[in-house]
Ligand binder design. Structure first.
Ligand code: ATP
Ligand code: MG
Ligand code: MG
Length: 345
């Protein structure tokens, strides 16, 4: 398309570069996982295998996209933080988050059977994604504090809710009991009624969420003549930690400090203006025609590896078409779709 008469179509694409020095975060979240988790009979409030599946997908994302150096997830969501100076896809928001979420989702489907050998995946899950630009390291710190507080609040609430249900309370009564309750009240309820010490008895993965960080390790290799050479080996490490937004946690991780910067002070809460900016979603004007174009990433090598017949593999095209049909079935507002090769719009 470059330098061809069709180059003008580029002007149909949105201008959405996240300018430096903003730090790029991509957050993905399961779409209607309340239903998905019921349908697939997840253990409540926390299904360990489902969480592990999310974590495996996040590992695969880190492995695939080397510019991501930190990730944090709980429940059906994950946040991925890219290094400050990333030039990935010219820092274009739509490219970056669509790639990450589509890769995450296909790994989720791919790894389902290994994680749940006794359970069929009964319908295709989908995840939403968005980019959050953080203007400074302090904003990133606030973002992490906000997400981890959300993890804590949701998990503490769900732990109480499901204990009440398991003890025989109907759902509406359990909801009524927890309405307006404070953190302290819920801890008290767990302790008094169910002999559960929230901090001691609930595993940290449920209470605190999961972090993965990219680290660099020096390894020594020996040449044929016996002389030693130092090499850097990139790996990532999983960490469960209280207060990931604290200086104590963050500043101890060399790689995070190097690629993103240091936290200069501890925060007690996230400013509400920041939360508002994290939740901001831009909308199109009413009556704007919306065309979503998807295009396979590196499909040239994908088609080689999977031995597509050249120039056209009928089965691969059929697969694209049946995916498009499923999209039309799921999203009723889509009125027309047209596809060719590895793209659809
Ligand atoms: P939305 O599309 O707005 O995100 P949602 O139903 O996905 O809707 P969330 O607020 O994202 O709403 O909540 C995620 C839901 O998925 C919760 O109901 C949660 O209990 C369930 N869920 C996610 N992961 C697990 C898990 N590992 N074990 C049990 N339930 C889970
Ligand atoms: Mg969700
Ligand atoms: Mg969620």
């Amino acid at each position: 398309m470059a330098n061809s008469k069709y180059e003008y179509v580029r002007s149909f694409e949105v201008e959405d570069e996240i300018m430096l020095p903003n730090i790029i975060i991509v957050r993905i979240d399961g779409r209607n996982f309340c239903r998905f988790s019921k349908f697939h009979e997840f253990e409540k409030p926390n299904d360990m295998k489902a969480l592990e599946l999310m974590n495996l997908c996040a590992d695969a994302v880190l492995e695939k996209f080397p510019d991501i150096i930190f990730s944090y997830g709980f429940s059906d969501e994950y946040s991925f933080v890219l290094k400050k100076t990333t030039k990935f896809y010219q820092r274009r928001a739509s490219k970056i988050h669509s790639l990450i979420v589509s890769f995450f989702t296909s790994v989720y489907v791919n790894k389902w059977k290994a994680q749940f050998p006794q359970k069929d995946l009964r319908y295709a899950p989908s995840f939403r994604s968005r980019v959050i630009g953080c203007a400074s390291i302090e904003v990133l710190q606030s973002y992490l504090l906000w997400r981890q507080s959300e993890c804590h609040l949701n998990n503490q609430y769900d732990t109480c809710f499901w204990q009440l249900i398991k003890s025989g309370k109907p759902e509406n009564e359990a909801e009524e009991m927890l309405k307006g309750s404070l953190k302290q009240d819920r801890n008290e309820l767990l302790y008094q009624s169910f002999n559960i010490n929230y901090k001691k008895d609930i595993p940290e993965i449920f209470r605190q969420g999961t972090c993965s960080l990219r680290t660099v390790e020096d390894i020594v290799k020996y040449k044929e003549d016996g002389s030693a050479v130092k090499r850097c080996k990139r790996k990532f490490t999983r960490v469960y930690s209280e207060n990931i937004a604290s200086r104590r946690f963050w500043n101890n991780q060399l790689c995070l400090v190097k690629e993103l910067g240091q936290f200069t002070e501890d925060l007690s809460k996230t400013k509400s203006e920041y939360v508002k900016s994290f939740q901001h979603e831009s909308r199109l004007m009413p009556s704007t025609w919306i065309v979503v174009r998807i295009d396979g990433c590196h499909f040239h090598s994908f088609s080689d590896v999977h031995q597509f017949e050249k120039p056209n593999d009928a089965q691969a095209l059929n697969l694209m078409n049946s995916c498009a049909a499923a999209v039309l079935e799921e999203f009723k507002d889509i009125v027309f779709a047209y596809g060719v090769s590895d793209e659809y719009r």
